[in-house]
Each structure stands twice: as structure tokens, then as C-alpha cells.
Design a protein around this ligand. Structure first.
Ligand SMILES: Nc1ncnc2c1ncn2[C@@H]1O[C@H](COP(=O)(O)OP(=O)(O)OP(=O)(O)O)[C@@H](O)[C@H]1O
Length: 283
């Protein structure tokens, strides 16, 4: 984890509410969520499945409707930005999804996949080619990757391609929605290192969505914990991932895998303590 830069927020989410329609009723997926991300900062969003992490990411990207609350990017209100204005924002705001298989068109060469966001926004072919080469180098893939197809690459390599695609327009914020969950542990570690290096080299900010507190501990400066549509705890990485206040965060921490046997033993003792406390005093 690198040291945390800080400044005025690049992204500010205030009291955000998102409702989904379910038949005749409506379901509140986000219930008054607030958070900020500074320039060059990585903020982790953790929580169990269904807690609302992806919904927050989608709301920021304009992919889901917001019932109330505000999302500001660089001081401007983007909560309900649509059409051309939203497309212009794509230069600054990008996304990397979980699935490196589904998110790349298998019929296009990697070169075309990476060049498309540039040419579609008016960049000339020569400049697009140079930027694509630069980004492939940035994600540590060989130059001849441009002429190959996504199907020729492993999951980790495909995720590197997806990251390069997110980078070509030199965004200021990337929403990373479970970007390493589909990868095996060794590949996860390499891709997390890559995210850290890219942030150091470019100063880009990340909203890093993950259900895994261990992953978030490695890369994020600050962490917000979601539970049933609410943000129940947020603070510096060290505090939230090692000494959390909220009981739900403590449960999440005990459920995340650890490699260090000493910490594993500590966890076991802590779990037994929690269980004993839950069972009440022994008569
Ligand atoms: N399009 C939708 N229509 C109706 N309900 C939805 C929709 N998308 C998500 N939900 C519901 O909203 C809640 C939050 O979902 P969300 O995907 O944001 O959670 P999550 O924390 O990202 O979970 P996961 O880690 O499984 O992706 C869940 O109860 C989910 O079932």
C-alpha cells in the first residue's frame, strides 16, 4: 500500500438513495450512502453479496437511476448526467468489471478494442496507435498483443487488456468492480500489484469494489463497509481492516482468508471469544 495523497475530493457522494422496482413493490438498494475519493486515492468498498457495492458503482457510472442524493465529480453535479454529457465524462471516468471473459469482444483484435474509445472520441489513427502501445506497456503486455484476439489470452492477461482499455483515455477515476475476484490467488496478487503501480505512475483514483477484505487491505488507502444498503463504517485502511468498530466489519474480517499462521491463530482465538460472548455467561 502506498502512502495516501490528499486533496479536495475528486468524487463526492452525498446521501445517495437507489430504489429498484421489484414487481409492484420497490426495494431500497442504497439508503443514504455518502463517501468521497480524493485525487490519487484508492477507496475500497467492501461488504457481503447484495450489500449494494455494485449499485453504488453503477450509480456513479450513470448506469442506474438515483432516487435522491448527489454525486459530484470534480465539483460538478453528475447525478443525472445522460447522453452526450455522460459520454464526455467517459474521458475522466472509466470502469473495469469482474469478468475478463465477458467484457472484451472476442471478434475484435486487442488493438481495435483498445483504439476504439480513442477513435470514437475523435483521436487520429496514428495518435491512437501510439497510445495503445503505451498502455500495453503500462499493463506489462508485449507489443504484439495488438494483433491478437482476447480468446488467445489467460484470465489474468485479459484483465490486463481490460485495464489498458480503461486507461487509454487517461481517466482520473476508475471504478473497479471486483476486478480480481475471477482470478486465482497468484494472478490476483500480480494484478493488484499492477493496479498499485499504475496509480503510482499516473495518479489515477480508484473506487475498488470487493467482497474480500484481504484484497482491499493490500491496495486501498481508505475503506468503506457496506451492509444492507448502508455504509456502516469507513476510515483509514489500517483501522478498518485490522481494528474495525462495527460488529459486521469484525465478522467480515474473521471470514477473510489469511496467509500468516500466527494471524490465523489470533483469528481462531478471536472467533472463539466472539462465540463465547454470543452464548452468554457460563452458569
Ligand atoms: N437491476 C436490479 N433490479 C432489482 N434488484 C436489484 C438489481 N440489481 C441489484 N439488485 C438488488 O440490490 C441489492 C444490491 O445489489 P448489488 O449488486 O449492488 O450488491 P453487491 O454488494 O454488489 O453484491 P455482489 O457482491 O453479489 O455483486 C441486492 O439485493 C440485489 O438483489
Amino acid at each position: 500500500m502506498s502512502t495516501q495523497p490528499h486533496d479536495t475530493p475528486l468524487l463526492e457522494v452525498e446521501d445517495l438513495v437507489v430504489d429498484y422496482r421489484r414487481g409492484r413493490t420497490s426495494f431500497r438498494a442504497l439508503d443514504g450512502v455518502s463517501m468521497t475519493i480524493g485525487p490519487g486515492e484508492c477507496v475500497g468498498l467492501v461488504g457481503e453479496s447484495g450489500s449494494g457495492k455494485s449499485t453504488l458503482g453503477k450509480a456513479i457510472l450513470g448506469l442506474t437511476e438515483v432516487a435522491s442524493g448527489t454525486i459530484r465529480f470534480d465539483g460538478g453535479d453528475i447525478t443525472r448526467l445522460r447522453g452526450a454529457a455522460r459520454r464526455r465524462l467517459a474521458a475522466d471516468l472509466q470502469v473495469v468489471f469482474q469478468d475478463p471473459y465477458g467484457s472484451l469482444d472476442p471478434t475484435m483484435t486487442v488493438g481495435r478494442i483498445l483504439a476504439e474509445p480513442l477513435t470514437a472520441s475523435g483521436t487520429g489513427r496514428a495518435e491512437a496507435r501510439a497510445t495503445v502501445a503505451e498502455m500495453l506497456e503500462r499493463v506489462r503486455l508485449p507489443a504484439d498483443t495488438v494483433s491478437r484476439y482476447p480468446g488467445e489470452f489467460s484470465g489474468g492477461q485479459r484483465q490486463r487488456i481490460a485495464i489498458a482499455r480503461a486507461l487509454v483515455r487517461r481517466p482520473r477515476l476508475i471504478v473497479c468492480d471486483e476486478p480480481v475476484s475471477a482470478l486465482d490467488l497468484t494472478t490476483q496478487a500480480a494484478v493488484i500489484d499492477l493496479f498499485i503501480d499504475i496509480q503510482r505512475e499516473t495518479g489515477v483514483s480508484y473506487l475498488f469494489v470487493s467482497h474480500d477484505l484481504g484484497v482491499v487491505r493490500r491496495i486501498c488507502h481508505r475503506v468503506s463497509v457496506m451492509y444492507r444498503g448502508e455504509c456502516v463504517e469507513s476510515g483509514p485502511n489500517e483501522t478498518v481492516t485490522r481494528d474495525p468498530e462495527h460488529p459486521y466489519t469484525r465478522r467480515l474480517l474473521l471470514a477473510s482468508p489469511v496467509a500468516d499462521p500466527r494471524r490465523q491463530a489470533e483469528r481462531r482465538r478471536s472467533r472463539l471469544g466472539l462465540r463465547a460472548a454470543a452464548q452468554g455467561p457460563v452458569a
